[in-house]
Design a protein around this ligand. Sequence first.
Ligand code: NBP
Length: 478
Amino acid sequence: STAQIGVTGLAVMGSNLARNFARNGFTVAVHNRTAAKTKALVEEFGHEGAFVPAETAREFVAALERPRRLIIMVKAGEPTDAVIREFAPLLEPGDVIIDGGNAHFEDTRRRERELREQGIHFVGVGISGGEEGALLGPSIMPGGSAESYASLGPLLEKISAKAADGTPCTSHVGPDGAGHFVKMVHNGIEYADMQLIAEAYHLLREVAGYSPARIAQTFRTWNEGRLDSYLIEITAEVLAHTDAATGRPYVDVVADAAEQKGTGRWTVQIALDLGVPVSGIAEAVFARSVSGHSALRAASADLAGPRPTALSGEAADAFAARVEQALYASKIVSYTQGFHQIRAGSDEYGWGVDLGAVASLWRGGCIIRAAFLDRIRAAYDARPDLPSLLADADFAREIGAAQDDWRAVLGEAVRQGIPVPAFAASLSYYDALRAERLPAALTQGQRDFFGAHTYRRTDREGSYHTLWSGDRSEVRTD
Ligand code: NBP
């Protein structure tokens, strides 16, 4: 047994992760259900480092140093359970099974519990960065026991992305499902970021009247400022791309129906369970859903409404500058909501997640990597109990400075009939939090009227019910 780590599941993610370990000087045992893939990997990339190919599960386990560290990179769901069933009987107490797939954190909690009974550490690890990240350095979000991190952490720190200051983009997130939970919220934030960028593009196209090439240039400029991020960078690349077959902008020949694999949906489902308002993320998930309903859209094409008329010259450029403000302000709200969800999950499951550390490990390698995350980390480092990102003085000041333009952009979008669900949800969240009184008092009255659900008063302790169908006197119910 010579291998420090093993990877089973050699599709694109597993192969690239195995190569990343090998390139970093580790001896890697490699295994795949279909053995031909193992052979192909070693034939093609064997020169990159030390691989130990294994045809059978038994050979694979025998190749690993103890305590064994075995990474599963197969399709999430039942395949992961099938692989665990195959390997667990071959392992010994103290060994570590790592699931690097996109598992639901509830599955990770279950698997961790079951394997703990056998003395095996099960570590659910969120990995972000796609194929390229897996090969060159992803952002890695490991859950599982602190003991398992002591054995696994140094390897992950070696192969992970590094932030600009050299810090590895990985650290122990918390026990059992914490890593996969944080990866899930990462993807929810990714959906929101992408939708906000899409709305900004739509406004620049229809209201500012910019061409895709001009918008690409605008995003490149924004990418030099506070919006500096991977998603803004690739947005500029996509917008600047020309379709070879037609010579038209690529963005004009792609069908406008966005697809999804499910982690954004999970984020919203879990947020509903935890009672966390992630309205921007939810609108981003729904926006993809609306785009894909072609029959519904076709049936609604004749509905009345304004046709956008584009500005020009300085007015267009002034509007574009406002869109940058709206995008930045909405982005602050998305991250506020996402971090709130991580805090709520951490409280619910007793994970003790350090939010500043999460912001830190997202600074490189992952899809939402951005300069902005340094600021979030600083906010939580300064005040680990920060109740909301909007409670941070710097973010509050920035969003306050952006809000006039944010409102102007939304006003224009509404006037011109351009859908901006994520911008609008973000501004409504901001205004709801600042409101001295919300109409929820009326909601409570209605609930008490039809369901005797009771209410609290602003001026006295206790819970009350009004006898709506009687003499409308008030009774105390507690
Ligand atoms: P896939 O998700 O396409 O899975 C293919 C792999 O699963 C192959 O190695 C296949 O073996 C194996 N597999 C299946 Br399917 N059923 C199996 C079973 N019952 N027993 C054993 N092995 C089985 O691969 P991927 O795109 O590389 O993704 C791997 C994981 O990483 C997934 O959970 C994914 O969600 C996650 N992830 C992907 C990305 C990304 O950008 N693609 C990013 C982050 C995380 P075979 O060769 O014998 O069919």
